[in-house]
Design a binder for this molecule. Sequence first.
Ligand SMILES: C[S@@+](CC[C@H](N)C(=O)[O-])C[C@H]1O[C@@H](n2cnc3c(N)ncnc32)[C@H](O)[C@@H]1O
Length: 296
Amino acid sequence: MSLNSGDVSPKQLEGDLAGFRKLSEYLRREAGINLTLSAKNQTLLASRIGKIMNPLGFSTYSELHSALLAGRRDVRDLFINAITTNTTHFFREKQHFDFLAKSIRDVVNHPDKKKSREIRVWCAACSTGEEAYSITMSLSAIFPANEGWHLKILATDIDTDVLKKAARGVYPQEAIESVPDNLKNSCFDRGVGDSDGLVRVRKSLRDLITFAPFNLMSTSYAFQSKFDVIFCRNVMIYFDRPEIQSTIRKLEGCLRLGGLLFLGHSETIIGVTPGLKSRAPAVYERLNTNRKGEAA
Ligand SMILES: C[S@@+](CC[C@H](N)C(=O)[O-])C[C@H]1O[C@@H](n2cnc3c(N)ncnc32)[C@H](O)[C@@H]1O
C-alpha cells in the first residue's frame, strides 16, 4: 500500500505515544513485523494506522489496541491488512525461476521422493499472487498435464485482502511485461470491453493454486505432506533475528529431503541451520540431517 502522509496526524502521534508503542509491539508479536526502529518507519506505521482509525470509529491508538487485545477478528484483519507491505511483481528476481526450471527434474527424481507424480509447492508470502502464478507458469511449461504430473501449489499470506486479489488473478496489462514472451500468450486471457487493458491468468493455471491465509508466526506449520519447493521471499526482511531463525527452522521442517527453499536475496540464513545447503544465491536444499521425531 502507498504512503500518504496526509493521513498522519502528528498531534495524534504525540498525544498517544504510549498507545502507538503498544500497537507496534502488538504488530511485532502478531505478525513478526518490526517497524519501530526508525523515524521513517514510525511515520509509515502511523500513516497506515491512520487509514483505519476513522472507518473503525476509534479516536485513539489505545482504543484500537484495546479492541485488538479483546480479540476482535475484524479489527485484527483490518489492522494487519493496512500495515503489510505487499510489493511484488511477476518473475521478481528472475534468476530464481531460471534456477527452478533448471533443477526441478532433479528435485522430483530425488531418491528420497516416494513414487508419486505429485509436485507440491508452497508460496509462503504470496501477496497479490504474481509470485505463485510465476511458479505455476514455469512448472506447467516443464510438466504438461498430459504427462501425468500433478502440480499442487499452496499460496498463503497473512493479509486477507491480497489473497482475494490473488485468487481473482486479474492484472493490468503492464503487469505482465516481465513475463517471458512464450508464457504471455499461453497463460493469460486478454480483457475486452469493460475489461480492456486487463489480463486474467487462465483458469487451467488458477485451478492449480489454493490461496489461503497463513501467518508465518504460527507456532507450528502443520501441513499434511511435505513440499518439494518452498518460496518465502521478501517477508523476513521485516522480522527480527529470533523470528527469522525460528521461521527458517519451521520452513525446513516442511521441506522434503532434496527439496528447495527460495528466500529473498537480502534474507541470509548463514548459521541458522545445518540442514540446509546453499545451492545458488538465496536458494537452499534440504539435506538428510536428522530432526527429532520426523519422517522424511
Ligand atoms: C513484500 S511482499 C513479498 C511478496 C512476494 N513474496 C515477493 O517476493 O514478491 C511481503 C508479503 O509478506 C506478507 N507477510 C508479512 N508478514 C507476514 C506473516 N507474519 N505471515 C505471512 N505473511 C506475511 C505481507 O502481507 C506481504 O504480502
